[in-house]
Design a protein around this ligand. Structure first.
Ligand SMILES: [Fe+2]
Length: 237
């Protein structure tokens, strides 16, 4: 019988310590983890406040509420959240956060990078998967940004994703990347993911999602468990 909330198989996820990604060395656990099986009381709640999520929250080009559009290349990011059997998972809260088109976050710690903020872009959004497990965001393509991991370290364009299941005990945090980005192979957060699983983090351009004279479309499907599971992350970037 399938155990929906059994121990996480770590083969597809990055190791806790990955020296090229410097911050992982200090925060990695030094002892083996103790796996605790989750039971009904952890997997059924308490969960996120679904009723607080509105339709407008998924459009990052306008959810700053200023009445003016965010600056940058408008894109649509959509996909399906499914389990290891390919079944779509409805009512999953997805939260995303990202830099603006210039590579700058709206965050008090993001002050070193000399890049402009956009008053019409908060860089955060959320939605809930529908009955088929599908989600959809409208946003701006994020810019690359430098970080202090190593000389000339620049993060490839990426969108941070958090998926919350029916309870706080079931959460996946990951990053979505764009295809053909030359920075990918130089990024130790991306390369910390085992090579066989890295492509699962790449969105793909989708002409059917693209809207005529309005926005490019990308598809990123997320698999929560099993041999095709979407890798998570243990750090931040
Ligand atoms: Fe980031």
């Amino acid at each position: 019988m399938l155990r929906p909330y059994g121990p996480v198989v770590r083969d597809d996820h990055p190791p806790f310590s990955y020296p090229d990604y410097r911050a992982t060395v200090k925060r990695a656990p030094r002892s083996d983890l103790v796996s605790i099986l989750q039971t009904l009381s952890e997997t059924t709640g308490p969960g996120p406040g679904w009723s607080e999520v509105s339709e407008e929250d998924s459009d990052l080009t306008s959810n700053a509420g200023t009445g003016a559009a965010a600056i940058g290349e408008r894109i649509i990011v959509t996909g399906r959240v499914s389990d290891e059997m390919g079944r779509g998972i409805p009512r999953t809260l997805i939260e995303i956060w990202q830099a603006n088109a210039a590579g700058r976050y709206v965050h008090w710690r993001d002050t070193e990078f000399d890049a402009p903020l956009d008053p019409n872009f908060l860089g955060v959004g959320r939605c809930i998967t529908d009955e088929q497990g599908d989600y959809r965001f409208v946003t701006i393509k994020p810019g690359a940004y430098p970080w202090r991991n190593h000389f000339n370290a620049w993060r490839p364009a990426h969108i941070h994703f958090s998926l919350m299941g029916p309870s706080l005990g079931s959460r996946l945090v990951s990053q979505m990347y764009f295809p053909d980005d030359p920075l990918l192979d130089h990024d130790p957060i991306y390369t910390s993911v085992p090579a066989h699983a890295r492509e699962r983090l790449l969105a793909r351009y989708d002409r059917a999602v693209t809207e005529e004279a309005w926005a490019l479309g990308y598809r990123w499907d997320i698999v929560l468990r099993g041999s095709a599971a979407t890798p998570g992350e243990d750090g931040e970037g």
